[in-house]
Design a protein around this ligand. Structure first.
Ligand code: SF4
Length: 162
């Protein structure tokens, strides 16, 4: 049975920058958990960042691909450059996903690591824009399909057809 990588905050781990979780009540997650399919992981913690931590956003006017190419940075709300930790976390996530043979990942949207459809725009003012986080981009680049927490039903339908 295929394993599914999942953002640890969606399974209740208090690893978000503010020390909270973003627990999903979607019943498919409980089923997958009972089946031993879920691999929860937090790229930012794996990259060495502490919890709680300052919020971070991909530099204004840039995107995850540019960060991966070394052409843009990820900054925290005090202006600190946390790019290295985010890239280390993205690599660790890919390694874990490959180790478990994951072909699907459910990731928390909006995060500069885990975002799959949108990210915050870089000014820490709550505005967001289309794009992905750096971990999502690395996973996609290696053939792992990424889904946001609002697409869990869609992923379940796909897996149940297999
Ligand atoms: Fe959740 Fe991903 Fe942020 Fe970790 S990096 S707290 S898993 S959204």
């Amino acid at each position: 049975m295929d394993k599914i990588l999942i953002s640890a905050c969606l399974t209740g781990d208090p690893v978000r920058y503010d020390g909270g979780a973003k627990t999903s009540a979607n019943p498919h997650l409980a089923r997958w958990q009972a089946e031993g399919r879920l691999i929860p992981f937090c790229p930012e913690v794996a990259g060495g960042l502490h919890t709680p931590r300052l919020p971070a956003e991909i530099e204004v006017g840039t995107n995850a691909k540019q960060v991966l190419a070394g052409e843009a940075r990820i900054l925290d709300s005090a202006g600190g450059d946390v790019t290295r930790a985010f890239l280390d976390g993205a690599r660790a996530t890919l390694a874990l996903a490959q180790q478990h043979g994951c072909r699907q990942a459910v990731l928390t949207d909006g995060s500069p690591s885990c975002g799959t459809s949108y990210i915050y725009a870089g000014r820490f003012d709550g505005n967001h824009k289309a794009g992905t986080g750096v971990t999502a981009a690395v996973l996609q680049r290696h053939g792992i399909r990424v889904w946001s927490e609002v697409q869990i039903d869609e992923l379940a339908a796909l897996l149940d057809r297999k």
